[in-house]
Structure formats: C-alpha cells, structure tokens
Design a protein around this ligand. Sequence first.
Ligand SMILES: Nc1ncnc2c1ncn2[C@@H]1O[C@H](COP(=O)(O)OP(=O)(O)OP(=O)(O)O)[C@@H](O)[C@H]1O
Length: 249
Amino acid sequence: MGEHMSDDAVRLSSVTRRHGSGDTSVTALDQVSLAFPRGTFTAVMGPSGSGKSTLLQCAAGLDRPTSGSVTVGGTELTGLSETALTLLRRERVGFVFQAFNLVSSLTAEQNVSLPLRLAGRRPDRARVREVLRQVGLGDRARHRPTEMSGGQQQRVALARALITRPDVLFGDEPTGALDSRTSREVLTLLRGMVDRDGRTVIMVTHDPVAASYADRVVLLVDGRVDGELLGAGADAIAARLSGLEAAPC
Ligand SMILES: Nc1ncnc2c1ncn2[C@@H]1O[C@H](COP(=O)(O)OP(=O)(O)OP(=O)(O)O)[C@@H](O)[C@H]1O
C-alpha cells in the first residue's frame, strides 16, 4: 500500500510516554495501541491524569513517545526531524482547543487564512469563504473575534483547523468553554464533517453529552486503554465514567 492509502487516519502502536526518570518518573501512557479509522469520530475520556492530553499530543506529533510508534495518514512520526514534524502538523493535522486561540486583531477571514500564510501558501479567498460558509459563518468573514459569540469564535477556530484539509482534526475539550446550546451546535458541525465530508475527528472531553456525538468512546485509566463504548448515549457514558471515578486507586 502507498503511504496515503492507509484506512486509519491515525494509529498508535504500543505507545508509552514517561515523564522524568527513576523514582519520580510518571508513566502518562502505558503501551497504548489504538487505531482511528478515516471517517470516524472518537471521544477520549477518563479520570483526571489518565493520559488523555498526552495521548492527543503524541497522536498529533506535538509530543514524542518514549517508545512505540505513531502514524498519521500513513506517515510514521518516529524518527521525523523537528522540521518535518512541524510541516506535518501544519499540513496534515488540525486543532481546536477549549480556548479558541484566535488572533484578536484579525478578522475571521484572516484568522482562517493564517495556517496557509504560515505554510508560505497564498490563501485562496474563495476557499477561505467556502470553509467559513461550511461552519455557518459566511456572513461574518469581516468580523473580529470580539464581535462574535463564543460559539461563533469556536466555529472560526474550526474553519481555521480545516483550511489545510487535514487528515485528522483533534479537539482538546473543544466545547469546554461553551454553554450547552452552543456546544450542541459545534458538536453537530463536527458530526456533519465526519458524516458528510468523511473527516476524522478525535476529541478529548469530560462531558458525556459531548462524547455521545462520537461513534466511539475510548476510556483511559492510568495511561492504559480500559475499554471502549460504541454508539453509546450520554447516560450510558456517564454511568461507565462514574464507575471509573469510583474505582479504588
Ligand atoms: N510534562 C510533564 N511532566 C511530568 N508529568 C507530566 C507531564 N505531563 C503530564 N504529566 C503527568 O502524566 C499524567 C497524564 O497527564 P495528562 O495531562 O495526559 O492527563 P489528562 O487525562 O489529560 O488529565 P486532565 O483531565 O486533568 O487534563 C499525569 O499524571 C500528569 O501529572
């Protein structure tokens, strides 16, 4: 198979990430193997400190595993130079965070164009407008973040993440700062990107309602995969999580 022919947008094989050394070392991820097939929406959940952010960071090439391997769109990240990793993150990976991280002095359109400019590419105005239309902000292209609601700002961040047509979109608590109605709007957009456009979404969340929009919930406990829920509703997810939180250490 050619390197872009993989059915998995992201794959982790026996990924271990240890911080520090000796007695004080912390194993944030312990032999984690997971595949994220193209065109699927996965939520990553687990108690605080279970390794969710570390998983996301390793999967996105922002952090390097101590051992094991990660592939994004069929490209093996182990052994890539910092420059190659930076390029990969710029072109093949999209991010949305809890804090929208928009540049306040720039309009929506300029914020969305930014990843292309950083990559030294000339932004195609029609494409920028098209992506803004896809997130329902076709009429806000000239607005600055301060002139928009939280939900609108997160949709600009989504458009910015999608402008390079990434292999995978990562969300670290993307609805954490939004009220429940606005969260639902953003989650419905993410769901639509997977269903309509075949995109791949991997999202860390603490919210069972947000996780219920995913096809699959991966549960982490102490840096290990503790199980998965497929097509589960918010109540079933909440029940499973409360079982984890109550478990003795
Ligand atoms: N840079 C670091 N140095 C030392 N330990 C770290 C570092 N980053 C993470 N850890 C530890 O690794 C473990 C996993 O952390 P991680 O942030 O991935 O968990 P999390 O599930 O995302 O937690 P939360 O839900 O609280 O954000 C924790 O014990 C954490 O203290």
